[in-house]
Structure formats: structure tokens, C-alpha cells
Design a protein around this ligand. Sequence first.
Ligand SMILES: CC(C)(COP(=O)(O)OP(=O)(O)OC[C@H]1O[C@@H](n2cnc3c(N)ncnc32)[C@H](O)[C@@H]1OP(=O)(O)O)[C@@H](O)C(=O)NCCC(=O)NCCS
Length: 211
Amino acid sequence: MSSQAESTAPPPPGPAAAIASDPVPPPIITTPKCIIRLHHPSDIAAMQRAADSPAVAKYMSYRFASPYTLEDAQRWLGFAMNFKAPGTDILTSYAICDPVINTYLGGIGVKTREDIEENTFEVGYWIGEASWGKGIMTEALRAYAKWVFRTFPNVIRLEGNTFGANEASAKVLRNAGFVYEGTRRKAAVKHGVVYDVLMFSLLREECPLDN
Ligand SMILES: CC(C)(COP(=O)(O)OP(=O)(O)OC[C@H]1O[C@@H](n2cnc3c(N)ncnc32)[C@H](O)[C@@H]1OP(=O)(O)O)[C@@H](O)C(=O)NCCC(=O)NCCS
């Protein structure tokens, strides 16, 4: 792990029904390249601009709208500011922001599972094209994975799945310490194109939490 400079704060309290006049939430994670914090209504315009790109949406599920409108951003904000991990008061979706001016660059979060898989969370992430290739997501994912294991003691496995064609995302997962587990062949179809889905995971014992 090369992110000694990162720092983390305790999990935020919920619910986070912030209104526009509330202050922008403090970071839960600070690294040299980004801060990660709860969403705020003032993020909507920057979120829409960053998300409204066919290149960003290409390897996302259909739930990530394209074109991406202000209404889509508003809807996402409503979800992100209310969805908590089951049995906790902790929100799971966060904004990745510029470390200097705190503007919205992208998002990161987990989907939780139920029943026999309740100890597994699945991570998802994206950032706007203007921020690509600067190492931001590698750093964000590394730090966020640590935060997940620290914050949710029941989680033993963090999964990451990506289209086989999404080289950048596979690299991000590997760079952040995730282990490639195999390929679900032809598991996804988007706009008529058939894709393999690569499966990665990071286990609690593979993620050092002491720095
Ligand atoms: C995938 C994504 C998150 C990568 O974020 P990023 O901040 O650009 O990633 P990093 O800068 O940390 O780069 C990680 C690696 O990918 C490489 N990379 C970045 N963009 C790339 C591209 N378009 N094609 C191939 N490799 C790329 C980087 O060079 C780096 O490689 P290295 O380890 O050899 O140096 C970003 O491109 C994105 O948000 N894409 C759209 C949404 C998406 O696909 N999300 C993931 C769904 S599973």
C-alpha cells in the first residue's frame, strides 16, 4: 500500500437528509489526489457534467443514464443520501472530490448483499473523463476499501466486477490489491454487444488497515 498520506475519519452519522444550505460534509477519507465525502445538493451540476458522457457510461449498467440529466443527478443524490448498509446508520455512497477545491469528480460506493452473502459488499465507482489517467481512482479505491473494512466489521469480502473490455477498471482493481478470480463468460450484454465480466475480490486479511 502506498497511500501513507491518506487519513480517515469516523463514519458519518445518518440520516443525511442534507439541504442546500447545510455545510458541505467533511471528508471521510483524504488522500493526496482526492477527498471522499458524503454528497451535498451543491454537487448536482458538477455531477451531471461529469456523468454526461458516453465514454463514462459505456461500461456501466443501464442504471447509469446516458445522456445524464440534472434530474438523473438529483435522483442519484436522493438515493445516495438515504441508502444505509442494512442494520446500520451508515450511508454507503460517497462523492470523490478534488482535494483542493472540493468539487465533485465522481462517485464510489458499495452494494450490500443479503442472506448467506451478507458479509460480502460489491464496490462500484466512476469519475468524469477530465479526471482519467491521473491515478485518482486507484488511490480512491485503495482508501475506500480500507474504510469499508474498518467501518463494517462484518464485511469479510469486497467484490469488484468489470466488463472484460474495461481495461482501465481492471487495472484500477489490480492496482488497489484486488485479486482476479475468474471470468463470467458472455455474462453481460449492453446495447447489443456481448461482454465477458471479470470478477475480482479483496479479502479483509489482504487489506492492511493499520496505515
Ligand atoms: C475506470 C476508471 C474508474 C479509471 O479511473 P482512473 O482514475 O482513470 O484510473 P487510474 O488513473 O487510477 O488508472 C488505473 C490504470 O488504468 C490505466 N488507464 C486509465 N485510463 C485508461 C483507458 N482509457 N484505457 C486503458 N487504460 C487506462 C492507467 O494508465 C492506469 O494504468 P497503470 O496501472 O498501468 O498505470 C475511469 O476510467 C472511469 O470512471 N470510467 C468510466 C466508468 C467505469 O468504467 N467505471 C468502472 C465500472 S466497473
